[in-house]
Write a protein that binds this ligand. Structure first.
Ligand SMILES: [Mg+2]
Length: 254
């Protein structure tokens, strides 16, 4: 087992000396920044669009504003509550509120209504979503080991079509999307609902995701085996079971 290799980047052994007592039969994956990522970045997409509709803004200007607006809107719904159904107009209204917040923080004069349809279409297009280089090979190897796989994601209703457009759907026995379920990670319910569909118990399941709260703490509280994917090394020394690339999942199964 490569866990003994100090160069492997896996801290499983250091923090958790033993593998789970039950064999892992199932792996569930977060989607965003775990299996796929946005390129061009959201800030680049916003800056290009805003610049076409008014004052020119750079992605560097948009980036901190985007992060701040995201954080503020996220705080308006408590953890576990489905943000995308928290407004009467559903997820598009949530994104409209987000856009208005971005425009206000940038003091940008563009009108939000014409922009929201264009933005919604831009992020619906699978071409802005890139699959990490190690994703497909890892999924293939996990499947070859005979394990089940599922996606559990805090995403709006567009995720299934995006996964389909990226030809990722076929790997998974279940795809659980918060906006469709009406519940978000870290709530245990979204994990348990997925496991019921798969017919497995939490103790035989590994959940891999990039969010310490939504993925790691959420799946751990649901009784699953959590694993943090920390590609940038942001969470070293925090006691998480971490991997730095998706392929390292296989080292934990062998
Ligand atoms: Mg994520």
């Amino acid at each position: 087992m490569k866990c003994d290799d100090p160069t492997s980047g896996i801290e499983w052994v250091r923090y958790h000396p033993r593998m789970p007592s039950s064999p892992i039969t199932t792996i569930t994956f977060d989607a965003g920044n775990t299996l796929l990522y946005c390129d061009p970045t959201p800030a680049e997409i916003y800056s290009e669009l805003l610049s076409r509709h008014g004052r020119s803004v750079t992605a560097d200007e948009v980036e901190p504003v985007f992060a701040g607006a995201w954080s503020d809107l996220q705080e308006q719904t408590p953890p576990g509550i489905d943000r995308y159904n928290s407004r009467p107009g559903g997820e598009k209204e949530w994104w409209g509120a987000f856009l208005r917040e971005v425009l206000a923080r940038l003091d940008h004069g563009a009108s939000w209504r014409p922009l929201i349809d264009e933005l919604y279409a831009a992020f619906s297009n699978p071409s802005v979503w890139q699959v990490y280089p190690d994703t497909r090979a890892t999924l293939e190897s996990v499947r070859d080991l005979g394990l089940q796989m599922a996606v559990i994601s805090n995403w709006d209703r567009r995720l299934p079509d995006i996964l389909h457009g990226l030809d990722l759907t076929g790997w998974f026995q279940a795809i659980t999307v918060s906006a469709i379920e009406g519940i978000e990670k870290p709530a245990a319910g979204i994990f348990h609902r997925t496991l019921e569909r798969l017919g497995v118990g939490p103790e035989e399941t590994l959940h891999v995701g990039d969010s310490p709260l939504e993925d790691y703490e959420g799946s751990k509280a649901a009784g699953m085996n959590p694993l943090l994917i920390d590609r940038a090394g942001n969470f070293a020394g925090n006691g998480y079971r971490r991997i730095s690339s998706l392929g390292e999942v296989l080292d934990l199964l062998s």
